[in-house]
Design a protein around this ligand. Structure first.
Ligand code: SF4
Length: 206
């Protein structure tokens, strides 16, 4: 189950989307679905589309700073196979999605929006029958994923590079979000995120 074209479940986000359709008519301005193979064993979960990133291109983590950074690290760690670094679905060795599929004002979805869109994240995760590792970028992505997995958020505390055993088969790993803000303020170093990808690569024997 995926959100419909121009999903209307979150009133505030629909209003914001319609405003952006006028301000940025060339942008995608719609819900952004996950990309990459559904039969992959790795899922990366971000927060929500960025205005000039996924909301513009229609592809998660495509077209802005955080997307470029993620793309570089995926390529470096052989999770993106095409040398032209195009993040088209066919080139990815993992799936990439967002906890909230529509652009929220100021990049901040509210509790209701997170909950409403969780239905779709849950459906996406349950379609990934080969899933072994989930990497969540940021605390909201972490909490949303725990919710989607039917676990208690209070039992899985978000911490950078924390590893949470979800089932015998699935490990969830946390990282701070690779946003420009987090890099500029040094909350996250690129090398620290690279270490996480190297850890995942070894775990999945890639
Ligand atoms: S955030 Fe999710 S539930 Fe809300 S309108 Fe967008 S696709 Fe629908």
């Amino acid at each position: 189950m995926e959100p419909k074209n121009n999903c209307k479940l979150c009133k505030r986000l629909v209003k914001f989307r319609n405003k952006n359709k006028v301000l940025f008519p060339g942008f995608f301005n719609n819900r952004v679905l996950g990309t990459g193979p559904i039969n992959s064993n790795l899922l990366i979960v971000g927060l929500a589309p960025g205005l000039k990133g996924a909301n513009r291109t229609g592809i998660p983590f495509e077209g802005d700073f955080s997307g470029e950074l993620l793309l570089d690290l995926l390529f470096k760690n052989r999770l993106l196979i095409d040398s032209n670094k195009s993040k088209e679905s066919k080139n990815l060795m993992c799936r990439i999605t967002n906890a909230v599929k529509c652009l929220p004002p100021k990049n901040k979805p509210n509790t209701l929006e997170i909950k409403q869109c969780n239905t779709f994240l849950k459906a996406e995760i349950y379609r990934m029958i080969n899933l072994k590792v989930i990497l969540t970028l940021g605390e909201i992505a972490h909490k949303s994923t725990i919710l989607a997995l039917n676990k208690k958020v209070s039992e899985y505390k978000f911490q950078h590079f924390a590893k949470h055993v979800i089932t015998k088969k699935i490990l969830l790993i946390n990282s701070y979000h690779c946003s420009k803000y987090n890099i500029n303020t040094k909350k996250l170093n690129i090398s620290d995120l690279d270490k996480i990808f190297k850890y995942i690569k070894n775990l999945l024997s890639l």
